[in-house]
Design a protein around this ligand. Structure first.
Ligand SMILES: Cc1cc2nc3c(=O)[nH]c(=O)nc-3n(C[C@H](O)[C@H](O)[C@H](O)COP(=O)(O)OP(=O)(O)OC[C@H]3O[C@@H](n4cnc5c(N)ncnc54)[C@H](O)[C@@H]3O)c2cc1C
Ligand code: SF4
Length: 500
């Protein structure tokens, strides 16, 4: 492993495969290729950090681990923050550890509507199983399942809504509640403690703090990449990394992969690159209980209501530290202070929707691409329903009041108000939204007129170039995406290794 900040000269490398990005997709591709004896260089823009670097302090960790200090997002009404990891492990280093496979009916839709071949449930099952075994996925155990989750589970059960404990990738989780800021115990099996070290053990070479700016093309074929090393303050050092390789796998995530391809002037025969951006818009819903919840003493995302997944709604734990919770609670001045003073009695869950609205990514002028996304009316209605359902569950669990994240009715005080919200037609701008699952901007499919890559990830029209991340999803995967990204990446690596 080479830390780009310490490199004092230009570096030229040869490899069979160069992989750009070490998140859910890139780390798996690198490891699976290296384990098959292939010669791999993995390039990551961020630094390499582990539990000893993670203090659990949100502000400091966002500066260390998040792209743009957490200020990335999509422009629209409203603007939607979309946080991304920028470190070895990518967004897996800052995620919640929730592990779901894309449901069978989503994979069937990809086959039937989007022309994806060989990715139905029986095809992907062995890859899902392999990933889950590698990451030690298991449901949240009793010891780290706390009051926020227990109360919500009780409310859902009272209403007859199906839900379950969430399967997570962890070994020895202590329930310290700061997964989104780097796990101080390295219990969460993010890529920087699982696939990346295993890739290195198998012989892969990793360059950190190296920002790839161009995919090199020769006679229409991808032949390598050029990146620039950056120092610990993210300033370019003036030295470059040039890797020549027989294959290039771009796995920068759904917001950065299409931008890198566009900047590199990679042909886009379908005209679909950067389009079809889905993000799973989400709103955090808070609830005030009479009893203490102390939601920081547990796994923050431990219980999921899957009763409504087919209609595009999933409701799951989302407890965050005070600094993150404060902006989404209602009121200002004394009123806001009074709610924050009751933080120990707050419950918090996220209402997420599987969106039909689609945004767009363009390379833009600066380093971060221009991302636009407008939530459509049908999705706004679905989000109102999702929030209303979350509120209903909180009331059934005994909440005294609920903080909805909808500006026009920030505080709900009864079951009736929660149910009224379920059918409300509110404009998109009424919601305090965030999104955590960008996907779909280099959609896969066999038809080069309707997809950016083939069903495995080869970019149509550019031999030697592959996409290996969340960009591949042809439509919303309807659940948290990391396991599906990793399963597809495992399959991609197997095929690519075969070609080599
Ligand atoms: C707070 C939060 C919680 C989440 N919780 C969950 C969860 O519990 N379960 C789940 O399934 N999903 C969760 N997600 C989403 C999940 O982590 C992502 O969907 C997944 O990591 C995306 O994988 P990826 O490979 O597409 O991109 P990423 O994991 O984002 O990896 C992309 C990598 O590429 C690097 N990169 C980008 N551009 C360049 C460049 N030009 N040169 C070099 N390197 C570059 C980036 O720095 C990054 O490391 C969460 C997301 C967030 C933000
Ligand atoms: S809750 Fe578990 S996985 Fe999350 S940061 Fe704490 S120990 Fe790590």
């Amino acid at each position: 492993m080479t830390d780009g900040a310490t490199v004092m000269h230009d570096v030229h490398e040869l490899a069979q495969v160069v992989v750009v990005g070490s998140g859910a997709g890139g780390a798996v591709v690198a490891r699976e290729l290296a384990a098959r004896g292939r010669d791999v260089v993995l390039v990551e823009e961020g630094g390499f950090f582990t539990g000893k670097d993670f203090s659990g302090n949100p502000r400091a960790m966002i500066d260390l681990l998040y792209r743009g200090r957490g200020l990335t997002g999509a422009l629209g009404r409203p603007t939607i923050p979309i946080p991304l990891g920028r470190c070895v492990g990518g967004t897996t280093t800052i995620n919640s550890g929730t592990c779901y496979r894309a449901p069978d009916y989503v994979l069937d839709e990809w086959a039937e509507r989007c022309g994806v071949r060989g990715a139905r449930e029986p095809d992907l099952r062995p890859y899902f199983e392999r990933v889950e075994q590698e990451l030690h996925v298991r449901p949240v155990p009793d010891e780290t399942y706390g009051r926020n989750s227990t109360l919500f589970e009780r409310g859902a059960a009272a209403l007859g809504y199906a839900g379950a404990r969430i399967p997570r990738n962890e070994r020895g989780c202590l329930g310290t509640g700061v997964c989104a800021f780097g796990c101080p115990q390295d219990a969460k099996q993010a890529m920087h403690v699982s696939y990346v070290p295993r890739a290195l053990d198998a012989g892969a070479r990793l360059f950190t703090r190296c920002r790839v700016g161009t995919v090199l093309l020769s006679a229409g074929k991808a032949i390598g990449v050029v990146g620039r090393f950056v120092d610990r303050d993210d300033r370019e050092t003036g030295h470059e990394l040039r890797v020549l390789a027989r294959h290039v796998v771009v796995a920068c995530g759904a917001l950065l992969t299409p931008a890198l391809l566009e900047r590199s002037a990679v042909p886009d025969p379908s005209g679909l690159r950067g389009r079809n951006l889905h993000i799973h818009p989400a709103t955090r819903v808070g609830a005030l209980f009479d009893e203490e919840v102390r939601g920081w003493e547990e796994v923050p995302q431990a219980y999921n209501v899957h009763h409504f997944t087919r209609e595009g709604i999933f409701i799951q734990g989302q407890f965050v530290p005070p600094a993150m919770e404060a902006p989404v609670l209602p009121g200002v001045g004394r009123a806001h202070k009074e709610i924050m003073a009751r933080y120990a009695r707050l419950g918090s869950f996220g209402a997420l929707i599987s969106d039909e609205s689609a945004g767009r990514v363009r390379a833009g002028r600066g380093r971060f691409p221009r991302v636009s996304y407008q939530l459509g009316a049908a999705d706004a209605k679905r989000l109102a329903r999702a929030i209303g359902l979350t509120a209903e569950i909180f009331f059934a669990a005994g909440a005294r009041e609920v903080y909805s994240g909808a500006h026009s009715r920030p505080v709900l005080r009864s079951l009736d108000e929660a149910r009224a919200l379920q059918g409300a037609n509110l404009p998109a701008a009424d919601f305090e939204m965030m999104a955590f699952h960008p996907q779909g901007t280099a959609r896969m499919g066999e038809d080069p007129r309707q997809a950016v890559t083939d069903s495995v990830g080869r970019v149509h029209g550019t031999p030697g170039l592959w996409v290996g991340d969340a960009s591949l999803f042809p439509s919303s995967c309807k659940v948290n995406p990391q396991i599906t990204i990793m399963a597809l990446a495992t399959r991609l690596a197997e095929r690519l290794a075969g070609e080599l």
